[in-house]
Design a protein around this ligand. Structure first.
Ligand code: ATP
Ligand code: MG
Length: 516
């Protein structure tokens, strides 16, 4: 049924996002249960491997890919080094994926941001022999490392080094124990070398030839096609990924912010798009005209634009963006090679939020982007609070502020009218439906209906506070016909019922009086 819901076209996409997370966690749960069952099988000598011929070089590359985005988000460089394009082994794909996924996710868990994680793979010869007999995979991190006294325990079931979990990452301590069992079932070995404070290296060796495997292994009866293998791998990796970031609550919940980059230098454009694409949905344009169109179409969370461009330069573009209600809320960063103070001023006059000179340091640009987006969120919260509580005290300067003032005015004027809705709002504002929707969402974070309701409720709170009117009357004054429904919404917004709210205020007043 879960799968049906996810495929159901009628279901809202936000709900689908949650369903997908549920699906991933269910898969992960199933996976964990299977691992626990495998412990039982191992203990009773019943673990069987389903081995198929597999190119380990490719399999590892697929595993590494599933960490790419996460690596970018923490600015960790994940390197995969291999000389060969193909090393074919007989192995149980699912088990081997589990092993390396755990080793790599451990490396991430116990490494700081901005460090490097390296995966190396090569064929090796046993001493005294002249043909290659095994492959060695090393997972190397520059993380916190493991103290000597703990090293011997980390392959024990459920063992976790104390104090290692400061990153708040969930774990069960079965990863390495099951990895060791799986690798040994393949007649391989897994070892670790570690220097506390400098990093750890996990080394897995697997035999190259089938004869080297033990007799307990069963050949896979269901030989899958390459496509089916790929799909199975993708599904397993997806389930495992549920634990990468913050354990069970998987962060795919967080919606990626979108970015528009406008730059006529193709190399720089590609470079920026590449660097930002891990964390943002990036759209690009190579001239100002196209950039302006895209800004209207896509409504990005941030815009980075070059200053010198044919057709329409960055300053003109920025002015246009800031003077158009459809785009005026979007923060703009201007990149420029011009270093004079003059152009700096020109840029700010155009309303650019930040001005960065070329050649720039990418980290600084990245930090600016983040801080602009974050501060938008803060402004958003303030906007709603301040405007509602002190509508008259706000000085409207920017286009956005003027829009909010107008919006509030119209809503306040109609606040007692329970029928007042979007249609009346668009009429009175004399703006299109879509512009109002977009602006209200961008500036307050709510949709129009929610916003109108929240204004009604805040007004109600003000009335209860100042005028000590009965709840039923207040409810009518702010356009709720039904006092019960009013109470319900009020509780949702403020966490207390209108009556309690009024009483609370009265008590506070009383206290003050008594103190006086
Ligand atoms: P999970 O079952 O989700 O994998 P886990 O990662 O905590 O949980 P293991 O993979 O078995 O469990 O690892 C056991 C312990 O070994 C970890 O809790 C950690 O303390 C330590 N450890 C493992 N890999 C590393 C590493 N690369 N650097 C430092 N410590 C590590
Ligand atoms: Mg682990």
């Amino acid at each position: 049924p879960l799968q049906d819901l996810i495929n159901n076209k009628k279901i809202d996409s936000n709900i689908k996002k949650d369903l997908t997370i549920i699906q991933r966690n269910v898969d992960r749960l199933l996976q964990l249960v299977n691992q626990l069952l495998d412990f039982r099988k191992i203990d009773s000598g019943e673990l069987k491997l389903k081995i198929t011929q597999t190119n380990l070089i490719e399999l590892l590359s697929e595993i590494c890919s599933s960490f790419e985005q996460y690596a970018t988000s923490r600015n960790i460089s994940l390197q995969y080094l291999h000389k060969d394009e193909e090393i074919i082994l007989w192995l149980d794909r699912e088990k081997i994926i589990t092993v390396f996924f755990n080793l790599i996710s451990n490396a991430f868990k116990y490494s700081p941001d901005n460090s490097t994680i390296t995966i190396e793979i090569e064929r090796k010869t046993t001493e005294g022999k002249d043909v290659d007999s095994y492959v060695e995979v090393r997972v190397i991190d520059e993380g916190i490392g493991i103290e000597k006294e703990y090293l011997q325990h980390i392959f024990d079931r459920f063992y976790q080094v104390q104090g290692h979990h400061q990153r708040g990452k969930a774990g069960t301590g079965i990863g390495l124990a099951i990895s060791k069992e799986y690798i040994e079932a393949h007649s391989g070995t897994i070892t670790v070398e570690s220097v506390p404070g400098q990093g750890s290296t996990f080394i897995v060796s697997l035999p190259l030839r089938k004869e080297q495997l033990s007799d307990f292994i069963e050949l896979s009866s269901d030989s899958l096609s390459e496509k089916e293998n790929k799909e199975a791998t993708a599904q397993l990796l997806n389930a495992l990924s549920a634990t990468i970031e913050s354990g069970w609550s998987a962060t795919s919940n967080e919606v990626k912010k979108s970015m528009l980059i406008i730059e006529d230098n193709t190399d720089l454009l590609h470079y920026l798009a590449n660097r930002f694409s891990g964390k943002y949905h990036v759209t690009v344009a190579d001239n100002g005209m196209r950039g302006f169109q895209l800004a209207i179409e896509k409504n990005p969370d941030i815009i980075i634009t070059d200053i010198m461009m044919p057709d329409m330069d960055g300053i003109t573009l920025c002015k246009k963006l800031k003077n158009d209600l459809r785009t005026s809320h979007i923060p703009v960063i201007i990149l420029t090679a011009r270093t004079t103070e003059e152009s700096n001023l020109e840029g700010l006059e155009a309303g650019a939020d930040v001005y960065i000179q070329k050649p720039f340091n990418f980290e600084i640009l990245k930090a600016q982007v983040k801080s602009l987006i974050d501060s938008r969120e803060k402004i958003r919260i303030n906007f709603t609070k301040n405007i509602i509580l002190q509508p008259k005290e706000i000085v409207a300067t920017s286009l956005d502020e003027r829009f909010m003032m107008k919006l509030m005015e119209v809503i306040e004027k109609n606040i007692a009218n329970p029928e007042f809705g979007i249609k009346d709002l668009t009429d009175e504002m004399n703006m299109s439906h879509s512009v109002i929707f977009r602006k209200v969402k961008a500036l307050t974070g709510s949709n129009v209906i929610e916003f109108i309701r929240s204004v009604r409720l805040k007004k109600a709170a003000q009335l209860l506070q100042k005028q000590k009117l009965p709840v039923s009357e207040v409810s009518l004054m702010v356009g709720f016909n039904d006092a019960k429904y009013f109470s319900k919404c009020f509780i949702k917004e403020f966490g207390v019922s209108p009556r309690e709210y009024a009483k609370g205020i009265m008590n506070e007043n009383q206290l003050e009086e008594e103190q006086e």
